[in-house]
Design a binder for this molecule. Structure first.
Ligand SMILES: [Zn+2]
Length: 71
């Protein structure tokens, strides 16, 4: 969360849980994983191509539901 987004230059990240089965590493096929996902358009596109999810399709850990722009 401490770094700036390389696409929009802001701290556009929100905390999201990627469900088991996402693509980002070996263990992630069996474990959910908390990531900071970008909310800007280009950042979300990057997240999508990298993990298969963006901030709208991953799970919001506060509401336990997918989607939304809120942190
Ligand atoms: Zn961004």
């Amino acid at each position: 969360m401490g770094s700036y987004c390389r696409y929009c230059g802001r701290r556009c990240f929100v905390l999201r849980v990627l469900p088991a089965g996402h693509r980002c590493g070996e263990l992630c096929a069996i474990a959910a994983h908390t990531w900071c996902l970008a909310t800007c358009r280009d950042g979300a596109e990057h997240d999508r191509s990298r993990t298969g999810f963006d901030h709208k399709t991953a799970i919001n850990p506060y509401t336990r539901r997918t989607g939304g722009d809120s942190a």
